[in-house]
Every structure is written in structure tokens, then in C-alpha cells.
Design a protein. Structure first.
Ligand code: 6PG
Length: 467
């Protein structure tokens, strides 16, 4: 039987997706140079997959038009596989890059394939190994003619929302799919940072042990704060080290690595002029975390605040509200970035659809996405997500606790760049007159860059000093 889809790269994600496809009745041809990985696929697929070691073998085993899903590490490996595939592909064949590829690379590859008739799709896939196996959130975008050929298959293996909707929709043209996944990861970074800060304050401000903090997150996960990352935080904080019986989290080195997606999202925000400060702070916070020896040295040398009382479990409800407020700000920043990317590149993206496919399967799935989705679907859509009635009400309730938490953290010397930047983005938005008037004057002072006035139209320059 001819294969329905080829999967190139049988690493953790490729293997899990291949198995997910097999379980949904598709015949998969898996390609990997590693014999062990091929054998593993054959073993678990129970005769419903083939495993090959060469591109030609894979192409011969696939029905036409051929559908080929690349699950190789983002970067040079994708270019290498494409170079090998390209001479053997025919018009109408579909290549899907399912990796965490930088969207500008997808743009470059699409440009190189234009006119060949080969259909190229950049698909964000979220949910880690478990998601890939049991139902990921899939964000495909690119050559629209590919969508009918992929839709049944991808929607079959995707996560389903509580109301049965598949978390896989067409994102738009060009590199939209990878752009959406990049922004997803920017929000992922922000959300992980916010949870980390609130965890630190549950310990340092509310005075809880790891396990007690875990119970708080578990309770929060049953309400408005419900999300995948809230839930796994509760699980993690409950986990004990088998040997010592201590909370495992207390034994884990406090340095976080990164593969680059959060950085790319922040770079895109800078390029597009979108104030996505919380994802940016999350990237910087990982950099601070990486400088462990320097921090240990500085901890001994740099003074902190005078001890300030006021600690105790009464902070728990305020921390809950602070996390909710900051989460709303961080997601809103992400959607602003999506809107800006779409305006720049004209991909035809639909923000409601994006909020929909993030409701299950992906790392940033969260109850607030239902509210965000409802807000985005309003007609006319709000000028900014935080101005949507439902979200505005939530913020009206939670912005004051966010202030109190940030103030307490500052006074206690606990770094909260995520919470503080979320609050600053909220306050920036609600400040009708900013001190940028002075900034404009300074630019005009030293560079004759001119300024505008509030009381009359035109562009002005002042001789600030008589030379
Ligand atoms: C997902 C994740 C996934 C991966 C990140 C981790 O949506 O399933 O985002 O793609 O875990 O790339 O990124 P860092 O290594 O940069 O933290």
C-alpha cells in the first residue's frame, strides 16, 4: 500500500507524530539514517508504517501528490533535506516543515521554491512529545493549495477542544504558520517567567514551602488561572527527589537554557515596533539565570533593601490576581505582535482562529484564551485586547493587586521583570499623556529632529540654545 505521508526525522517529535498518524489510520513512511530509530517506529507501529533510510526510497513509497513532513532540527538540517528532496519532487508535491523554524527562513525557502509548483507549508506544532503523540496544536501556513491535501490528516491528529473542534486551522499564506508558532513561544516564555516569579513570591513573600506552593497552584488551576503551565507547575512542585525526599525543584540548578524562539519573537517585536516587553524580559531573565557564577559573587557584594515586614499567607490571593492580570497583558502583547506581523506581511491571518487553535494541545493553552477569543471575535474588534469589555473587567479587578505585588517584590528585592513589565505595559497603555514630549524635545535639541505640537498642526524646530 502506498504511503499517505513521509516523515523525515524520527527523533522524539517525528516519531510521536508518525505514531499519531498511524493510530489515525494513515500509512506512514518514516525516514531516518539511524537504524535504531527506524526499528523503533516499526516496532510500535505494528506493521502500519514503513521505515526507510533514503530520500529516494521514501519518495517511491509515497502516493502522489506526495506529502512530506520534515521533523528535523530547525536551521541547516532543513536546508540540507530540502536540497536532497528538491530534484526528485514533482509539481503538486507538498513539503511541510513542522519544526520550530524561524519564519524568515521559511520566507527564504518559499521564495527559492516559487515557480516550481512544489507546495511549501511552514507548520508550527506545539505540545511537546505528549502532544505530538496524543494531539498537538498545529499551525500550518503557506501555499494554500496544500491545505485541502493536508486538512483531513492534520485535523485528525490534532488536539480537540472541549467542544470537539480540532486545534489545527489554516493560518494564512507565506510564513504565517511559523510566525504564529514563534509568537506562541514568546507567550510561552513570558508565561513561564511570570509563573516563576509568582512561585518565588509564594515562597519569599507568602512564606510557603515548595509543596504548599504546589497546592496553591493546583487550587488556582481549578479557577480562572487554569492553564497547562499552571498545572505542570503544581505537578512539579509536588515532586519529591527519590533519594533525599526533598522537593526536586529545590535541587535543580537555577539556570534556564533557550533554543531561540523567544528571542526571535522579541526581535520581531522590536522590528515591528510592538511593545512586547514581557516576552523580552523573559528572554533577558533567562540570560540573567545563565550567569550563575556572577550572581553568586554579586550576591555577596551588592546590598539589597532593608528588611521589610508584611510577609505571610495573606499575600496568596493577591499573587493569584497579579498572575491573572500579568497573564492577560502578556497574551495581549502576543496578539498585538500577531496583528503587526499580519499587517506587515499581508498573510491573511485571522486572530480568532489563532486563539482557537491555542485552546488545546499547545503549551500556552489556558482558560483565558476563551475570553481572549471572545474578545477578538467581537464586532467591531477592540482596538486593543485589554480594551475588550470582558478582559477590561478582569483587569479592573486585578490591576491593583498586581501593583501591590510588584511594589512588595521591589521592596523585598525579589526580581520580578515579568510582572513589572506587564504592569508597565498596562500603565503605558492607559496613560494618555506620556513624557515622550520631553523626549521629542531632546531629539530636537541635539539633532534638530523636529517635533509636533498639541496646539497646532505642523512640524517644528526650536533653537534651544543660542550658539
Ligand atoms: C511547544 C514548545 C516546544 C519547545 C520549545 C522550547 O510549543 O511544544 O514551544 O516547541 O519546548 O521550543 O523552547 P526553549 O528551548 O527555547 O525553551
Amino acid at each position: 500500500q502506498a504511503g499517505d505521508i513521509g516523515v523525515v526525522g524520527l527523533g522524539v517529535m517525528g516519531h510521536s507524530l508518525a505514531l499519531n498518524l498511524v493510530r489515525h489510520g494513515y500509512t506512514v513512511v518514516g525516514l531516518d539514517l539511524d537504524e535504531g530509530k527506524r526499528a523503533q517506529l516499526l516496532r510500535v507501529a505494528e506493521g502500519r508504517a514503513r521505515a526507510v533510510a533514503s530520500v529516494l526510497d521514501m519518495l517511491q513509497a509515497l502516493q502522489s501528490p506526495r506529502r512530506i513532513l520534515l521533523m528535523v532540527p530547525a536551521g541547516a538540517a532543513v536546508d540540507a533535506v530540502l536540497a536532497e528532496l528538491r530534484p526528485h519532487l514533482a509539481r503538486g508535491d507538498v513539503v511541510i516543515d513542522g519544526g520550530n523554524t524561524r519564519y524568515t527562513d521559511t520566507q527564504r525557502r518559499m521564495a527559492a521554491l516559487s515557480g516550481t509548483g512544489i507546495l511549501y507549508v511552514g507548520a508550527g506544532i506545539s505540545g511537546g512529545e505528549q502532544g505530538a503523540l496524543l494531539g498537538p496544536s498545529i499551525m500550518p501556513g503557506g501555499d494554500a493549495q496544500a491545505w485541502p491535501l493536508l486538512r483531513p490528516m492534520l485535523q485528525a491528529i490534532a488536539a480537540k477542544t472541549a467542544d470537539g473542534q480540532p486545534c489545527c486551522e489554516w493560518m494564512g499564506s507565506g510564513a504565517s504558520g511559523h510566525f504564529v508558532k514563534m509568537v506562541h513561544n514568546g507567550i510561552e516564555y513570558a508565561e513561564m517567567q511570570l509563573i516563576g516569579e509568582v512561585y518565588a513570591l509564594l515562597r519569599g513573600l507568602a512564606g510557603l514551602h515548595a509543596r504548599e506552593a504546589g497546592q496553591v497552584f493546583a487550587k488556582w488551576n481549578r479557577g480562572e488561572l487554569e492553564s497547562y503551565l499552571t498545572q505542570i507547575t503544581a505537578d512539579i512542585l509536588h515532586h519529591e527527589d527519590a533519594e533525599s525526599g526533598q522537593p526536586l525543584v529545590d535541587l535543580i540548578l537555577d539556570t534556564a537554557e533557550q533554543k531561540g524562539t523567544g528571542k526571535w519573537a522579541t526581535q520581531a517585536a522590536l522590528d515591528l515596533g510592538v511593545p512586547a516587553s514581557t516576552m523580552g524580559e523573559a528572554v533577558f531573565a533567562r540570560a540573567v539565570s545563565a550567569a550563575k557564577p556572577l550572581r553568586e559573587q554579586a550576591a555577596k557584594l551588592l546590598p539589597g533593601p532593608r528588611p521589610d515586614g508584611g510577609q505571610g499567607p495573606e499575600w496568596i490571593p493577591r499573587l493569584r490576581d497579579a498572575l491573572l492580570a500579568a497573564r492577560l497583558c502578556a497574551y495581549a502583547q502576543g496578539f498585538q505582535l500577531l496583528a503587526a506581523g499580519n499587517a506587515e506581511y499581508q498573510w491573511g491571518m485571522d486572530l480568532v482562529r489563532i486563539a482557537s487553535v491555542w485552546r488545546a494541545g499547545c503549551i500556552i493553552r489556558a482558560r483565558v484564551l476563551d475570553d481572549l477569543r471572545a474578545a477578538l471575535a467581537a464586532s467591531p474588534p477592540p482596538a486593543h485586547l485589554l480594551l475588550a469589555p470582558g478582559l477590561g473587567d478582569m483587569l479592573a479587578r486585578t490591576q491593583q493587586p498586581l501593583r501591590e505585588v510588584v511594589a512588595a517584590a521591589v521592596l523585598q528585592g525579589t526580581p520580578v521583570p515579568g510582572l513589572a513589565s506587564a504592569l508597565a505595559s498596562y500603565d503605558g497603555l492607559r496613560t494618555a499623556r506620556l513624557p515622550a514630549n520631553l523626549l521629542a524635545a531632546q531629539r530636537d535639541y541635539f539633532g534638530a529632529h523636529r517635533y509636533q505640537r498639541v496646539d497646532r498642526a505642523g512640524s517644528f524646530h526650536t533653537d534651544w540654545i543660542a550658539l
